[in-house]
Design a protein around this ligand. Structure first.
Ligand code: IPE
Ligand code: IPE
Ligand code: MG
Length: 256
């Protein structure tokens, strides 16, 4: 596997063994799971085969996140723009989502995973919405891994919805515009209460956000991997965490 970000030269172990500040472990990892179609095309298989294999990679990734002690994992599964795909592919994807929810719920519960979903769920069939709500409810007491799936999610949509809700609250006299700050604004986003992602991983070699967590990823570290999502596994997850650990996060302050 190759990490396509140019690695920063790390401090040498000899000179900094006792003095270098230890980078904090990533608390929240967000992943843009891309490359299912190309995985299938490379095997002359229909795209749905790539999506099916992609669901297996989701299972491996959840296990890897639990194993590495990451508390928050957010997976971009379907964007608001993905509704532009052919209806047959959308049916395949929603079918797999239905299947996934039914086959994985017990496992999620047993592993202490709390499931949340962000995105415009109104666009899904009522039975899927019901299953999603039931899964969120059934796992609501878990705390080992906070798993968020972004479905029919678009960050611009989310920000506009927050702005609209804020404007309505202001018009109703429930919110003083002068008191609006970043924390208050963030409390109107779908991710309210969640920590910002420390690390955003994108597979498939593409290097863009595709409308994912634009506000929340303001200071995230990015790792772009050449691996296609269906081939993603614990070794890639660990490699991305390792790359993250070598980064120096400054948040605009002077380098230490
Ligand atoms: C990611 O794989 C899954 C979704 C976006 C739903 P793609 O379907 O985008 O695969 P590529 O990018 O065409 O290879
Ligand atoms: C981003 O992948 C969305 C998901 C992974 C769910 P896309 O394949 O839709 O992104 P673009 O179209 O290449 O930017
Ligand atoms: Mg893609």
């Amino acid at each position: 596997m190759s990490v396509t970000n140019r690695p920063r030269p790390g401090p040498s172990a000899a000179s900094t063994a006792d003095t270098a500040p230890k980078p904090a472990a990533a608390r929240h990892v967000a992943i843009i799971m891309d490359g299912n179609g190309r995985w299938a095309a490379a095997r002359k298989l229909p795209r749905v085969a790539g999506h099916r294999e992609g669901a297996r990679a989701v299972r491996r990734t959840i296990e890897a996140a639990i194993g590495s002690g990451v508390g928050w994992l957010t997976l971009y599964a379907f964007s608001s723009e993905n509704w532009r795909r052919p209806v047959t592919e959308i049916l395949d994807l929603t079918g797999l989502l239905r299947q996934y929810l039914r086959s994985e719920l017990e496992e999620l519960k047993a592993n202490g995973v709390r499931l949340r979903v962000i995105g415009d769920l109104q666009r899904f069939d009522p039975d899927i919405r019901r299953d999603l709500e039931a899964a969120e409810h059934a796992t609501g007491g878990n705390a080992r891994l906070n798993l968020t799936i972004a479905l029919s999610y678009g960050s611009r949509d989310e920000i506009v919805a927050a702005a609209r809700a804020i404007a309505e609250a202001a018009v109703a006299g429930a919110l003083d515009p002068a008191a609006l700050d970043e924390a208050r604004f963030a409390s109107f986003l779908a991710t309210a209460g969640m920590p910002d992602p420390d690390l955003v991983i994108r597979t498939s070699g593409e290097q863009r956000l595709s409308n994912f967590l634009l506000w929340q990823a303001a200071y995230a570290e990015f790792v772009f991997l050449d691996v296609l999502w269906p081939d993603f596994g614990a070794e890639h997850f660990e490699a991305a965490l390792g790359e993250y650990a070598r980064r120096e996060r400054r948040f605009g302050a002077r380098p230490v």
